[in-house]
Design a binder for this molecule. Structure first.
Ligand SMILES: NC(=O)c1ccc[n+]([C@@H]2O[C@H](COP(=O)([O-])OP(=O)(O)OC[C@H]3O[C@@H](n4cnc5c(N)ncnc54)[C@H](OP(=O)(O)O)[C@@H]3O)[C@@H](O)[C@H]2O)c1
Ligand SMILES: *[C@@H]1O[C@H](CO)[C@@H](O)[C@H](O)[C@H]1NC(C)=O
Length: 293
């Protein structure tokens, strides 16, 4: 037992301590986003719209999308007023995978490349017991998970070239189980599995593209307040600060960021067992063989 502790646990603990120590050393500067070409999906309202406004103030090129054209038009005008290097929108539904793919290509053409892809759009449905609505599960998986995969596949060549970043907006409900949101929770857990795996692959293939999984608690967007009203009474954190924290974590290329307006959640959400098992598993892969194939 002691030998095991000495051999594995202590070195691992030291690695993590070092990681947290060094990652805290780099500081975010708004200039990091100046002139960067950024896509924000689901940016017609809520957290996505706030991210577009922060990016505009930092002088980024902003490309927003969602379904509602009128709202996007307003977001673009406001972004230009706030100082965006450029601001455009393309409207469409992320239920349509062909649109998702074409959107990224078109965005890349308009901005002349891509530095940051912020995957934020979401399909919500009212909190309720899950009974037999298989189509509801399918719809959540399509919009909240499958389209995120399609968008990132389409964007990866540009992101590899720019050594850029992907932000994947998830939720505490994508890390921890809550009742009444089974389809939503499934789609958010799926994001963790897929994008955490991809992060490892990018690392071993030396593609310098960062993947930041953003784990959010309850945020005061109209949609979330309406969905939880009278049913779930946790404190909702401000969307403006939330949006800024997502941009910071992504620009600093963190593997994960956590925001719920408090300081406690981020300590509870860390899953040391998972991290240790992921670390131990790295020894068993024969990368030379996989990469040469
Ligand atoms: N708010 C919270 O409490 C909370 C908590 C944890 C995680 N999150 C995550 O944070 C992100 C933003 O949430 P939010 O509360 O800001 O949501 P929101 O205010 O409802 O905004 C959602 C955005 O997604 C777009 N959208 C919805 N369906 C779409 C579709 N089929 N195709 C394309 N765009 C679509 C909406 O625009 P249109 O309707 O115009 O298409 C809107 O711009 C989500 O990923 C969510 O899961 C939020
Ligand atoms: C990866 O890209 C970032 C951002 O462009 C850069 O700061 C960093 O030095 C790069 N790392 C490597 C190993 O190339």
């Amino acid at each position: 037992m002691m030998a095991f502790l000495k051999k594995y646990l202590l070195p691992i603990l030291m690695v993590f301590l070092a990681y947290y120590y060094y990652s805290a050393n780099e500081e975010f500067r708004p200039e990091m986003l100046q002139g960067k070409k950024v896509i924000v999906t689901g940016a017609s309202k809520g957290i996505g719209r706030e991210m577009a406004y922060h990016l505009a103030k930092m002088g980024a090129h902003v490309m927003v999308t969602a379904r509602s054209k009128e709202d996007l038009q307003k977001v673009v005008s406001r972004c230009l007023a706030l100082g965006a290097a450029s601001a455009h929108y393309i409207a469409g539904s992320m239920e349509d995978m062909t649109f998702a793919e074409k959107f990224v290509a078109e965005a890349g053409k308009i901005m002349g490349g891509l530095d940051m892809l912020i995957l934020n759009h979401v399909h919500y449905s009212p909190l309720s017991f899950f009974r037999d609505d298989i189509n509801k599960v399918r719809k959540h998986m399509e919009i909240n998970f499958h389209s995120f995969v399609v968008l990132s596949v389409a964007a990866l060549p540009m992101l590899k070239q720019s050594q850029g970043s992907i932000a994947v907006i998830s939720s505490v409900a994508g890390k921890v189980a809550y009742p009444l949101i089974a389809p939503y929770s499934a789609s958010k857990f799926a994001l963790d599995g897929f994008f955490s795996s991809i992060r490892e692959e990018l690392l071993v293939t030396r593609a310098n593209v960062s993947v930041t999984l953003c784990v959010l608690g309850l945020i005061d967007t109209d949609a979330a307040l309406k969905a939880t009203s009278g049913i779930y009474s946790a404190h909702a954190a401000p969307k403006e600060e939330c949006a800024l924290e997502i941009i910071k974590g992504t620009a600093l290329r963190q593997a994960e960021m956590y925001y719920d307006g408090s300081i406690w959640g981020q300590f509870l959400i860390i899953n040391p067992g998972r991290k240790i098992m992921e670390f131990l598993a790295t020894r068993y892969f024969n990368w030379d063989k996989v990469i040469s194939n």
